[in-house]
Design a protein around this ligand. Structure first.
Ligand SMILES: *[C@@H]1O[C@H](CO)[C@@H](O)[C@H](O)[C@H]1NC(C)=O
Ligand SMILES: *[C@@H]1O[C@H](CO)[C@@H](O)[C@H](O)[C@H]1NC(C)=O
Length: 268
């Protein structure tokens, strides 16, 4: 497989639901400002969901949300790589406008720059409109600036009031616990934060998704009477691929073997 064809499916997908979907108080008045829930997954093709036209993918809750909410189908990922496409999505600006261009446009663990604070994010804009803002999952918009632990580029500096379990970098194949890519996770690349604090190193994927879901549901529960914006940024389906015992073997399609893609890149 050539690099160009790999890039063509390296895209990001966002589904936005614009409904007040908490059911705890069905009698409450419709919100004048709709709640916004933004899901983001790397490496997911536009047509990979049943609701976006996949002919044989199982339907799931996300498809139900798409049916009951609103589908935005004209947003294009402005880059093939994580940091610039995410930066553009958060600011509504082309990556080149926010300084995310050229060979160094993906933030590494050690880079001292990040999404510029002079840029206004969707979270900051909604906060001004009285929204509660929160996020979990993958950030990849920078970590530290002047020291190894100042956290100057983390999401609480970009308009997010609540930041739960967070992968400040990315979901990296060097964090593989399954021994598919590497014998043991590399501590350097594999950090799990809660807000601005490292809570696990190397991070474990074992119940990572459950942790994110727990953060998201408690945030939504706490703000069910207020307008809220929540950014749920999945570490997967970006490599490394991992399924916890609860979900292992439950997909009709079996395992997704990204390793075959790497092999063909390395040895072509
Ligand atoms: C997240 O960390 C920042 C920096 O320490 C702090 O100001 C903020 O209050 C924290 N957020 C929450 C929700 O605890
Ligand atoms: C995930 O695992 C950690 C450590 O093993 C545990 O403290 C935590 O409660 C678990 N969280 C969930 C949501 O299962």
């Amino acid at each position: 497989m050539k690099m160009s064809s790999l890039k063509s499916w390296y895209s990001a997908l966002a589904v936005i639901s614009l409904t007040g979907w908490c059911t705890a108080d069905l009698a409450r008045k419709p919100l004048d400002r709709p709640n916004i829930l933004l899901f983001l997954a790397d490496d997911m093709g536009y047509g990979d969901l049943e609701s976006y036209g996949h002919p044989s993918q199982e339907s799931g809750p996300i498809d139900q949300m798409a049916r009951e909410g609103m589908k935005f189908s004209r947003w294009y990922s402005p880059d093939v790589l994580c940091s610039p496409s995410r930066g553009a999505m958060l600011t509504g600006r082309l990556p080149v406008r926010v300084g995310l261009y050229g060979p160094a446009r993906v933030f590494e663990m050690s880079t001292s720059y990040g999404l510029p604070k002079s840029e206004t994010t969707i979270a900051e804009m909604l906060k001004e409109q009285g929204y509660h803002t929160g996020m979990v999952g993958k950030w990849h918009q920078g970590i530290n600036e002047f020291s190894h632990n100042d956290g100057n580029h983390l999401p609480h500096h970009h308009g997010f009031d609540f930041v739960g379990h967070l992968l400040p970098f990315t979901n990296h194949w060097m964090c593989d616990e399954t021994k598919t890519y590497i014998d043991a996770p590399d501590r350097y690349y594999c950090l799990l934060y809660y807000n601005d604090t490292i809570i696990q190193q190397p991070l474990s994927h074992r119940n990572l998704t459950q942790r994110l879901v727990e953060d998201a549901t408690s945030f939504i529960f706490d703000h069910q009477d207020d307008p809220f914006f929540f950014y749920f940024s999945f570490p997967q389906v970006h490599t490394d691929m991992f399924s916890s015992p609860t979900f292992s073997g439950s997909s009709k399609r079996g395992n997704w073997r990204i390793w075959n893609v790497y092999k063909s890149l390395l040895f072509c």
